[in-house]
Design a protein around this ligand. Structure first.
Ligand code: SF4
Length: 245
C-alpha cells in the first residue's frame, strides 16, 4: 500500500475533475495494484469503457455468486468480446462454504430471515470480494452519491480502513441520466434487464423490476424493510466502508 498518500488531500485535489481524469490519476498512482469491482451494472459499464480507453489492459474483477441472472452472464461475454485486452478476473465463492450453507439452510435461505440473507451474501459475495482485494492497494467502484442515503457522504478517494487499502469512486457526482447518456453516446453494452425496469441488478432471486416512481434500489431484497446494501460496501454495523477522518 502507498502509505505516503493522504486520501483527504487526494480527494480535494480531484474534486471537480472528470471521471476520466480521476481514473487516469488512479492508474498512474496504483496500477497494477488496482482493479475495478464490477457487477456489470450501468455505472460499471461506463467505467469499463473509460478504463479501456485509458489503459486497455486495466484490471476488472467480478463476483460470480452462482445465482446471477443469465442476462448478466451474456453481458460478461459481450465485455470479453468488446474489450479483449481487459484483465477480467471472475471470483467464485468457496465450494465447501456454499455446500454446507445450502445443506443446512436450503437453496433459497435468504427469504427466510435477514440473518440467512446476510450469511448468503457473505459466503457468495463478501468472502470472495475479500479474496479479490488481497494484493491490491486500491479498488475502483461505480458508487454514486445519490444512489442511497448512506452513500451521500462518500468521497472521491476514501480509505477502506478495515482492509487497509484505498477506494476510488470516479462517478461519485454523476447522475443516473449522465450514466445513461454516456452509455448511449458511446454505444456501451449494458445488461438487457435494464430495459425491463431493473435499475439495480444483483442475484436473480434477490432482484426484481420496479414500478415507475419507486426508489432505484427498491428492487433489491424487497422483502426486507430497510436494508438495500449488500455488505460489499458496509461494515459489520451496517455503516458504509469509508473514512473521511
Ligand atoms: S444477493 Fe441473494 S442470492 Fe445473492 S448472495 Fe445475497 S442473498 Fe445470496
Amino acid at each position: 500500500m502507498n502509505t505516503t498518500l493522504d486520501h483527504n488531500l487526494a480527494a480535494q485535489k480531484l474534486e471537480g475533475r472528470s471521471p476520466q481524469e480521476i481514473l487516469t490519476w488512479t492508474l498512474e498512482e496504483f496500477y497494477p495494484r488496482v482493479s475495478l469491482a464490477s457487477s456489470f451494472g450501468a455505472e460499471d459499464m461506463v467505467l469499463i469503457d473509460m478504463l479501456a480507453q485509458i489503459r486497455p489492459d486495466a484490471r476488472v474483477f467480478t463476483l460470480d455468486t452462482g445465482r446471477l441472472p443469465s442476462e448478466t452472464y451474456d453481458l460478461m461475454a459481450a465485455v470479453r468480446q468488446k474489450y479483449p485486452q481487459l484483465q477480467l478476473e471472475i471470483m467464485f465463492p468457496a465450494t465447501e462454504a456454499v455446500q454446507s450453507m445450502v445443506q443446512e439452510h436450503g437453496i433459497n435461505l435468504f427469504y427466510d430471515s435477514v440473518e440467512n440473507r446476510k450469511q448468503c451474501c457473505y459466503v457468495r459475495k463478501v468472502e470472495p470480494l475479500n479474496r479479490a482485494l488481497q494484493g491490491l492497494d486500491a479498488w475502483i467502484t461505480g458508487l454514486r452519491r445519490d444512489q442511497t442515503d448512506n452513500r451521500s457522504n462518500m468521497q472521491i478517494v476514501e480509505l477502506d480502513a478495515p482492509r487497509g487499502i484505498f477506494k476510488i469512486n470516479p462517478l461519485i457526482d454523476w447522475s443516473n441520466d449522465q450514466v445513461w447518456a454516456y452509455i448511449r453516446d458511446r454505444q456501451v453494452p449494458y445488461n438487457a434487464l435494464h430495459d425491463k425496469n431493473y435499475p439495480s441488478i444483483g442475484c436473480a432471486p434477490c432482484t426484481r423490476s420496479i414500478e415507475p416512481g419507486e426508489d432505484l434500489r427498491a428492487g433489491r431484497w424487497w422483502w426486507e424493510l430497510s436494508n438495500q446494501e449488500c455488505g460489499l460496501h458496509v461494515d459489520a454495523d451496517g455503516k458504509l466502508v469509508s473514512a473521511k477522518a
